[in-house]
Design a protein around this ligand. Sequence first.
Ligand code: PLP
Length: 414
Amino acid sequence: METPLRFDSLLVHGGLEPGPAGATSVPIVQSSAFAYETADALEDVFRGRAAGQVYTRLGNPTTEALERRLALLEGGGTAIATASGMAAITTTVMTILRAGDEILASSSLFGGTFSLFRDTLSNFGITARFVDPLDLESVRAAINDRTRLLFVETVGNPKLDVPDLPRLAEIAHQAGLPLIVDATVTTPYLADGAKLGADIVIHSTSKYINGSGTSIGGVIIDRGVFNWNTARFPHFEPFHKKYRQFAFTARARKLVHKDVGACAAPFNSFLLTEGIQTLALRMERHCSNALALARFLAQHPKVAWVNYPGLEDAPGHGVATRLYGGRYGGLLTFGTGSKETAFRVINALRMAKNLANIGDAKTLVIHPASTICADYPLEDKALMGVCEDLVRVSVGIEASQDIIDDFNQALDAI
Ligand SMILES: *Cc1c(COP(=O)(O)O)cnc(C)c1O
């Protein structure tokens, strides 16, 4: 028997089929629809009796290659690539919930997810309850008859709290709920969905998976391990009958993903399939550069506080060490006492870019309280761990000393 490829090799070869004329990168199939010789052949594809593509909103060969690779990287299953990370989250919750149902979610979420759950979905009869994912007893206590899923981020963005996902998985599974994990910040490089106990893994592929900030994308990976055939999910019954453990993917593909139309563009799928090849190399450097910058900031007299799970005294250090094999990702936050000094530091940075993104090869900074979280009242900001002096840094892959030098000279400005 052949040995299965290891993670770093799957990044390069996973899911790739031989291309035309010996092409070794995935071909960009820039076509909206796909023609068949006979009406019978097209009927067979529509009815799922034969494999094939129909229309790019439903599926596309370039996007399928990306989906195959991403599913392999999470320890197996099936994947649906979407137009953005938010599209992946929206598609997932719309596949699982109906009016009257409830989401149980971590209180430290990406701003867009928080607002989708609390503000947008409440217009459709869906209620979201938010709990501190580190407080396992509150999580357990917040589950009721209407709860349909538990949603958590591997590392909260920007709070950088590190929930104990295998234990949350136990709590969810005891109650018959799927654990949905947004693993954008850690990527499958730090840990795959199988290790974390996730039933469904979501990524905003716009971030580390792309790696160069060149396109927006998302993905939903159904690991095919959750039993949807229970009283909580009567609407899954016809899908479970036919597709068994992949009832979620079937319901998503045949209804929500098809009808909402937030599909991936073939060119973006190409950029992502190329970008992901270097994920392991980039993440290794993101992690080592972030640790070096965190250590530098921690000893700087003008820095009031630093949060990076890789620092021994960080609140998430213990769990992160156990779950992520001594690697802590590329995000850190720090404060210099006030919004005013935070702005002065950001304005004085020369190399780091001030923008609303993470996971780029370049070092990026932002002041969340005045930008991505500007619309939220103070109590929501507190829930999300966003204080007035917080600067979020997405540490890039540049020379570590250049990053440190940049922050060093910027801190001189205050
Ligand atoms: C960016 C991000 C999202 C949303 O993804 P988009 O591709 O911007 O739609 C969701 N979750 C996390 C953790 C993110 O960082």
